[in-house]
Design a protein around this ligand. Sequence first.
Ligand code: FES
Ligand SMILES: [Fe+2]
Length: 223
Amino acid sequence: MNLTVVGSYRRPLAASLERLLENALDFEHLPWVHATTFNSIDCSDAGPWGFRATVGLTASNSEVGLELLLDTERATWVSRTVDGRGTSEIWSTAVATGPHSCEVTVTFHVPDMRVETADRLGASYARLYGRLYDEDEAMMVGREAALADRAGTPVRVVEVDGEPCAFKARCPHLLGPLDDAPVIDGVIQCPWHGFRFDVRTGANLDGRRCHLTRVPVPSNIPN
Ligand code: FES
Ligand SMILES: [Fe+2]
């Protein structure tokens, strides 16, 4: 099937190229960091080459097949979705512009369509990618800052069943922020990929091999 380029999007990002390539492979963040766009992901295969998954689309409450293939050397990746119109491809390529900055260019390729429809679709893709990259940039900047300051990880103290519990407020998965995540019945859920931890024991509740770091309750916490 012929594909037509309907638009493109270029974006400087305040995070390293390494973070951006990590983000491209990170399928699990889609329904969490981009909850207004995606509401589920079911991955069938993943590796350093990319991933294949079924994703739920929040707005239409429907599902599409998604395949992402990454060429790390060239910092280029393509994501393909298959829906009622056929296969669309979104090509992304990035360059480092500094140790903590890069720029990505995204091009939208869709099955042949009328010019006016193509223009509208191109503009709506560009708006969508603006929003997705706002969300990704906040995550990547937060992760880069947390990686640079592991010694300064903040401690959070919460009360569960009348007992204070103290833990490091960075998720043991990829250092997601746990400073403000709600604690409900002693369970905290990370906003980046949804991992859940029991703050009383640090145990992960999703069968993941990571553990929330508990620390002694600071002595200056009022009883
Ligand atoms: S950083 Fe991934 S679940 Fe917290
Ligand atoms: Fe993302």
